[in-house]
Ligand binder design. Sequence first.
Ligand code: PMP
Length: 275
Amino acid sequence: EYVIDNGQLILAEEAKIDRNDRGYHFGDGLYEVIRIYDGKPFTMTMHLDRFAASAKKLDMSLPMTMDQLESLLEQLIEKNQLEDGIVYVQMTRGVSQRNHLYSRSETAVITGYSQEMPAKKELLKNGIDVWVTDDIRWLRCDIKTINLLGNVMAKREAADHDCHEAVMHRDGMVTEGSSSNLFLIKDNILYTHPATNLILNGITRQVVIQIAKELGYEVIEEAFPKDVIEHADEAFITSTTSEVTPIKQFKGQVEASLEIGPITRQLQEAFEQRK
Ligand code: PMP
C-alpha cells in the first residue's frame, strides 16, 4: 500500500507526519476527494482546479506544479492498483512552531492516500433519512478546508437521530449537507443553493446541474427556506462518494416523507452513463 507523504510516493508504513504540522495545530490546510471508476479518475481536472482555488483563497502556495500533482495522484492509483474507490489528497501550510501567525516561507506539505470504495448500492436505491439542523459553520464554506468541525458536529447529530446526513440551514435558509449538496425538485424544476461563500460548490453538484439542463430541466440556483422542503416532490444529495442519493425522509426541524421520484432516478441513470 502506497501513500503520498511530503509530496513523495512511499510505502504507508514509512510515512511520517511532523507533530508541528500546522494541519495538526490549526486545521490549517485544504483537501480534495476524487472518485476513481474502473481505475480512471472521474472529473480529476475539476477537483484539481478547486484544489488550486482553495490554496489561493487561503494564501497558500503549492510546493509543486499542478501537472506534477496530477501525475503523483495517477502514480498512486496505479501503484495501488485502485479500481473503484477514492483518492484523498491534502495540503497543509507546512511545519513550524505553533503560532497563529503564519509566515509565507514554510513549504506546504502534501499528503494523500487511496482507498477502495464500492458504490453504496443500497443507499442509491432506497434513499436516506436526513436530519435538519442549524448551520453553525464559518463564512468561507466555499473553501475546501480540512477545518471541518461544524460539519463533523452536524454529522454526529444526524447519526444520533438515525439519519445518514445532516441538512443545514442558516437563519432558516437551507445551505447544504454536512458533506454533500442538497437539491429539491418541485413541478419539474430543480432548486439548489447558489455557489456562494455559504456552501462548497460540489463537483458532483456542477455535473448534476449540467446533466439536468441537458435533459431539459430548469435549474434554479437560489436559496430557499427550510419550510418549503415539505412541499417538495423529490429531494436528493450529491457528493463524490454519495453520487446522487435520494432522500426519503427529513427529520428534526423539518418533518417530511418523500417518494423517490422519476427525476431523481433519471438523473441517477444519466450520472451512471457519464462515469
Ligand atoms: N459540501 C460539503 C460541505 C462537502 O464536504 C462536500 C464533499 N466533501 C460536498 C458539498 C460535495 O462536494 P463534491 O461533489 O465535490 O464531493
